[in-house]
Design a protein around this ligand. Sequence first.
Ligand SMILES: Cc1ncc(COP(=O)(O)O)c(C=O)c1O
Length: 386
Amino acid sequence: MAVRSRSLDTLAIHAGQEPDPSHAAVMQPIVLSSTFAQAEPGKPKRFEYSRSGNPTREALEACLAALEGGRRGFAFASGSAATLTLLHTLSPGDHVVCGDDVYGGTFRLFDKVMKPMNIITTFVDMRDPSRVSAAIGDKTRLVWLETPTNPLLKLFDIEKVAAIAKARSLPLVVDNTFASPVLQRPLELGATVVMHSTTKYINGHSDVVGGALVTSDDALGERIAFLQNAIGAVPSPMDCYLVLRGLKTLPVRMRQHVKSASELARRLTEEKQVRVVHYPGLASHPDHALCQKQMAAGGGMISLELEGGVDESRRFLSALRVFTLAESLGGVESLAEHPAIMTHASIPPEVRRAVGISDSLVRLSVGLEDVEDLWNDLKTGLEAMR
Ligand SMILES: Cc1ncc(COP(=O)(O)O)c(C=O)c1O
């Protein structure tokens, strides 16, 4: 019998994961088989071929759907594979309206992969939702946003943008990677699809690259299921198992990420070498009221504008020892990076500057180490800037 609950703590551990019927294994078996025996030609028992469907992947997909409150979940080989698969619902000549501050690789997909196929994207700062209405034209077929944004941690009002998209019968996709379903549930706010890089908080251990889509729109769900199989950018059963295992502690991890990040953000505001702390959980953040409305808390990510330029930022980052200098985020370990040089280097400098990604911006992913060790590390970094 499936465990029924509205609590994400319970769903993260049980959703989609009943004891395996063959051996009553309590933990989800890793079914590596690429193919499945059929009793008669064309009469598979349940699965046929692991690109089309696989028991370990199915368990992960059901769990992701339950956590996001959607009817169907789909797992992919990476967040970018999830994005690209969804973008294949579009046709040449179609137009997309997208938030102006998205992960560099997402921008690159729109700008360097979709544009040559004559699928044109308009990027808008959605903090003023009327800009979304203004950007929508006759050829618009999709609205896409990421909130909190990467790396500036701006927030967009999902409910307001969803209402605008709905009035024009357009699907709204929300990249929920930074918040996770523990802190933000876009489908409940009117989004049509939730997208994840499961590489980040969902897996949480920095040992898998993966992606996901979740929707309650049956027609779009059918189309995504078709494209998932037809394009084939699916994750291995081993990776699905690892993500499922990581998911079990997602709510517990998120609570600790938030606790430590809130404390570090508060302390950083008092430091002379820090010009601005971007953290939506701070009362001083311009979108704090929206954070209180649409998120359960400010999250585990902090961005800092340091005093000085690239040299000072380099000295800060090079002095860190507990924070590892690396791309990515959302793992148990703390990471620090320089968006202009690292994650967002694929965005042209003039576009970066226009959205506010300066050369002194540093992004922190606050992990689960002792908060005092993290603080001492940041202090060492700040001292190295002098
Ligand atoms: C917000 C966000 N969306 C999408 C992606 C792309 O995901 P992946 O690296 O798993 O392809 C990333 C990766 O950093 C991300 O941070």
